[in-house]
Each structure stands twice: as structure tokens, then as C-alpha cells.
Design a protein around this ligand. Structure first.
Ligand code: ATP
Length: 234
């Protein structure tokens, strides 16, 4: 197993945001976490990337316990995150933003840059434009591209479709499939459950800080309870 989240508990002050979440991600998979607002999806990703400490439980990556490893070291180990709200450097150009993702290494940077441009031709066209002047959708692509420049073994994506026009949403999901096809494991958090379940192999449903269901994504697409709660009924 590439990533094993075992019974993690996470608190914000006295509030328990995660109350024993367990998730497994195997190499080569796209796994998605779905659930309502406040269910704990973002907190789960932040805890994996080391932005939030856990109060109980364990995170294993490549078989090693990384629960106490600082976030910047987890990036070097192969955990790449494209955060919710994007978090790009607005004053830096597109190419400078992308190179920030590769700051810790010298090898094959040009090759990886070419691959990112190949996935996102728009970023190549706009490589000298300031990141902050890119449109919402373009900034989303830039954030994913920058995370890819860290050469992650697992890419954590937090709401990549948030705030995008329907056509772009479709495109982002196609790109996620392509990133996975090229060899990167993906853990995807989405409000857009329908499309997330269509690109994922397996899925976990979170409710108020706990996993209430996990299954093959295709099974959840046909699960009456999941359909009623997260897929607009029917
Ligand atoms: P959304 O889809 O709305 O982003 P989510 O499933 O990602 O929701 P989280 O953002 O992980 O949910 O939040 C889980 C719980 O933790 C919520 O009750 C939220 O209010 C709480 N929480 C998140 N961040 C903080 C914070 N910085 N301080 C206090 N409580 C927080």
C-alpha cells in the first residue's frame, strides 16, 4: 500500500474534525473522498501533507510512519499537494511558479516542465504572465502543474473543480485521468461527487469526521443512499 491512513483523529482546538478516519491508497489508483461541507475532507488532505497535526492514529507512506515528519520533508518523500484555494504566487510568472515546485531538485526539471506544458497547453502559452492575473481556471491548472513539478508519487487534489465553468470542469477531470495514466497515484477531494466517482477507482464517503462508506467508485455511483445524498437524487 502506498498510503495508509489509520484511525486518525484531528482537532481544531476543542473541535474534533476527524474522529477516526482510515483510508488506503494503492499505487496507481485514483481514490476520491466525497462528503458534505465540513465532513473533514480538506482536513484529511492537510493532515496527510503535514499541514495539520494528528492527535491520534498513524499515517504510513511507502510503509514508513510519517505522522511526525514535517510537511516540507513529506513533499521530498513524494507527497504533492495542490491546495484548495490554489495558493499560487501571484507576483511570480507562470513558469516561475512552476519552477518553485521543483526548487528542491535539479534533475530533469526541463523534461518535467515540458510534460506539464503538454498537459496544460494554456500554461505554456502564458508562461511569462503573472500568476495572479491568470483566470480562476488557469490558476487551478497552475496549482496542479506546480504540484506535479514536485514529482509526487501521490498527488493530493483539493476541490480541483471548485469555481470552474462546466466545460473547464470536464477538462480538469480528463486531465486528472491523464495524470494517473502517466503513472501518478491520485487522492482527490471533491464536492462534485458525480464526476469524482467517474474518474476514481475507489471512493470513501465522509460524514462529520468519519468514514461511513467505502467501495469501488462504480458501486457508489449506483448506490441508492449515495445517489440520494450526494448525486442529486434519482
Ligand atoms: P468543505 O467541503 O466545506 O471544504 P470539508 O469536508 O473539506 O468541507 P473540513 O474543511 O475538513 O471539511 O472541515 C472539517 C471540520 O473542521 C468542520 O467542522 C470545520 O468547521 C472545522 N474546521 C476546519 N478548519 C478549521 C479551523 N481552522 N478552525 C476551526 N475549525 C475548523
Amino acid at each position: 500500500m502506498l498510503l495508509e491512513i489509520k484511525d486518525i483523529h484531528v482537532h481544531y482546538g476543542k473541535i474534533a474534525a476527524l474522529k477516526g478516519v482510515s483510508v488506503e491508497v494503492d499505487e496507481g489508483e485514483v481514490v476520491t473522498l466525497i462528503g458534505a461541507n465540513g465532513a473533514g475532507k480538506t482536513t484529511t488532505l492537510k493532515t496527510i501533507s503535514g499541514l495539520r497535526p494528528l492527535t491520534r492514529g498513524q499515517i504510513l507512506f511507502d510503509g514508513k510512519d510519517i505522522s511526525k515528519v514535517p510537511g516540507h520533508k513529506r513533499v521530498l518523500m513524494g507527497i504533492g499537494q495542490s491546495p484548495e484555494g490554489r495558493g499560487i504566487f501571484p507576483g511570480m510568472t507562470v513558469v516561475e511558479n512552476l519552477l518553485m515546485g521543483a526548487y528542491a531538485r535539479r534533475d530533469e526539471v526541463e523534461k518535467d516542465l515540458k510534460e506539464v506544458y503538454d498537459l496544460f497547453p494554456r500554461l505554456a502559452e502564458r508562461k511569462d504572465q503573472a500568476g495572479g492575473t491568470m483566470s480562476g481556471g488557469e490558476q487551478q491548472m497552475l496549482a496542479i502543474g506546480r504540484a506535479l513539478m514536485t514529482k509526487p508519487k501521490v498527488l493530493l487534489l483539493d476541490e480541483p473543480s471548485m469555481g470552474l465553468a462546466p466545460k473547464l470542469i470536464q477538462q480538469i477531470f480528463e486531465i486528472i485521468t491523464e495524470i494517473n495514466r502517466r503513472g501518478t497515484t491520485v487522492l482527490l477531494v471533491e464536492q462534485n461527487a458525480q464526476q469524482a466517482l467517474q474518474v476514481a477507482h475507489r471512493a470513501y464517503v465522509l460524514e462529520t469526521g468519519a468514514v461511513v462508506k467505502s467501495a469501488e467508485a462504480s458501486a457508489l455511483l449506483n448506490d441508492p443512499q449515495v445517489r440520494a445524498a450526494y448525486l442529486g437524487g434519482g
